[in-house]
Design a protein around this ligand. Structure first.
Ligand SMILES: *Cc1c(COP(=O)(O)O)cnc(C)c1O
Length: 342
């Protein structure tokens, strides 16, 4: 039994999901004739109170499309120094949109409206024009932390005052919604565009969706084509998304509970220096200096337990749909008795 805690992307479609996929009504989505894709897009648009949604093969492509919709070459995007669009999208911000990032030195991937205000460039012609604020909820590199919605509202106010777009990278928005008992509608009210992921916590093999109102989304399908992301009978994949939205959101609470169990366990272990507060399904921790991080990962790997390093001495564990209670009990027991010599 391999216990894979590297990411919530390692899940495989369940039997129920596979059955839903097999039964999907499909058509050529380039002609917009795939009923299942249309159904998924409509469902998500409605969920967030927007008019339009578009299915994408990846979250990166959905975010890159959003950045392009909001900006012109030479302009600037405000985001946190931990932002996925800045760190983990292969420099696409510069490559695809020709824009730069003004990085905010936030806390756990989150920042304040005051910091946004300070990051906006003056309007003199020799500055890059600030055109977009981008945030992530939950934050990935920030350890799955959730934003305080009041701060989001304050940032929205700053965006309105300065005529800036507001994009939410909601790859793990489901975790935040479940944990904070928030409604997607209130996110729809505040953000101009929202990308959501179906293949992280929700267990789909593939799929992200970009959501927004008609005006901003008009060019999204054209950009998706430019990025090579227009697909044909893709309803087989959208069917997995529909199944996941119905079946796999509430259960995220269980992933969060398991993550907190692991947090509690790590706190009691002598070889752990620091555990970042766990809010959802991501646990970030550091080992005491005497223990080599790579050796620790290898020791776990030798016992069929997979976790990853994030650089800078940080290690990461992510709980997910395929991390069962049996695995959880075994992992906690293992942690208490890790064979380490130091
Ligand atoms: C995973 C992730 C993405 C990108 O998703 P891919 O489907 O892997 O391209 C975007 N933003 C955040 C915060 C993520 O965690």
């Amino acid at each position: 039994m391999t216990i894979d805690l590297r990411s919530d992307t390692v899940t495989k479609p369940s039997k129920g999901m596979l059955e839903a996929m097999m039964e999907a009504e499909v058509g050529d989505d380039v002609f917009r004739e795939d009923e299942t894709v249309n159904k998924l897009e409509q469902k998500l648009a409605k969920m967030f109170g927007k008019s339009t949604a578009l299915f994408f093969p990846s979250g990166t492509m959905a975010n890159q499309t959003a950045l392009k919709l909001h900006t012109n070459p030479g302009e600037q995007v405000i985001c946190d120094k931990y932002a996925h669009v800045y760190n983990y999208e292969s420099g696409g911000v510069a490559f695809n949109s020709g824009v730069s990032c003004k990085l905010i030195d936030g806390r756990r991937g989150m920042f304040t409206a005051k910091q946004v205000e300070e990051a906006i460039n003056p309007s003199d012609y020799y500055y890059s024009q600030t055109s977009l604020v981008e945030i992530e909820n939950t934050t990935n590199k920030g350890g799955g932390s959730c934003w305080d919605f009041n701060e989001i509202l304050k940032i929205k106010q700053v965006c309105n005052n300065h005529d800036l777009g507001f994009h939410l990278d909601g790859a793990r928005i489901w975790n935040a919604l479940v944990e904070k008992e928030e409604s997607p509608l209130k996110y729809g009210e505040v953000f101009d565009t929202i990308s959501v992921c179906l293949s992280k916590g929700l267990g789909c093999p593939i799929g992200s969706v970009l959501i927004g109102d008609h005006e901003i989304m008009k060019k999204a399908i054209n950009l998706r084509k430019v990025f090579g992301g227009n697909m044909r009978q893709v309803g087989y994949l959208a069917a997995a998304g529909l199944y996941a939205l119905d079946s796999n959101i509430e259960r995220l609470k269980g992933d969060h509970k398991k993550a907190r169990d692991i947090e509690k366990c790590l706190h009691q272990l002598p070889f752990i220096k620091k555990v970042e507060p766990v809010e959802t399904n991501i646990i970030i921790f550091q080992l005491v200096d005497e223990i080599n991080e790579v050796e620790f990962i290898n020791t776990l790997a030798n016992h069929d337990i997979k976790i990853i390093g994030m650089g800078g001495g940080k290690l990461r564990i992510v709980t997910h749909l395929d991390y069962t209670t049996v695995m959880h009990d075994k992992f906690i027991e293992f942690l208490k008795n890790v064979p380490l010599n130091y």
